[in-house]
Design a protein around this ligand. Sequence first.
Ligand code: 5GP
Ligand code: MG
Length: 191
Amino acid sequence: MDRIRCKDYNPNMAMSSQPKPNILFGKGEIEAAIKRLAAEISKDYHDKHPILIGVLKGSFMFMADLVRLLDFPLEVEFIRLSSYGRGRDSSGKINVVQGLRSSVKGRDVLVIEDIVDTGFTITFLLDYLRKKKPASLRLCTLTDKPSRRKVPVVIDYLAFTVPNKFIVGYGLDWDEKFRYLPDICTLEDAN
Ligand code: 5GP
Ligand code: MG
């Protein structure tokens, strides 16, 4: 696998414990996967005027690339949930930090997520949205890490299944680092 260089990784740092990103899926593979998802979503939603809800911050790049391939009327919303911080394990206690600006009642809603890991976060969000009585509610995620699942999750649209490693890049961060990388990477030696 390619080792990539970036602003957040200095290989010359003495006694460096900086984790190193390695490309798992490159730009070309990401483009192809998003094209495939856009075709599936277009087929299912072209006449539904859906609301796509991106889960901040991790989904921002995926959302941007996906919606620009969707050539039908839709709305874009974002929601922000409490997240991991520096650690890797979901506490299972999740809160809405920044809520929706528009009503989803009676609307066809598609949630755009960056990664489904244990499944706690997305289960919380889908339950939260279901209570608002949308006409339909589905999940589209950039990545799925099924090896870590603690609660069952139905994924309607999936770009990539990833191994049991910490993933960064293409919107996903480690302590706010590596989010800007254009590739989906694994993070080696992360503390
Ligand atoms: P879950 O509740 O499914 O365990 O975790 C979901 C959230 O945790 C994701 O939306 C993401 O913010 C974060 N997360 C889980 N696994 C990873 C990972 O491998 N890399 C990054 N950057 N975030 C992760
Ligand atoms: Mg997320």
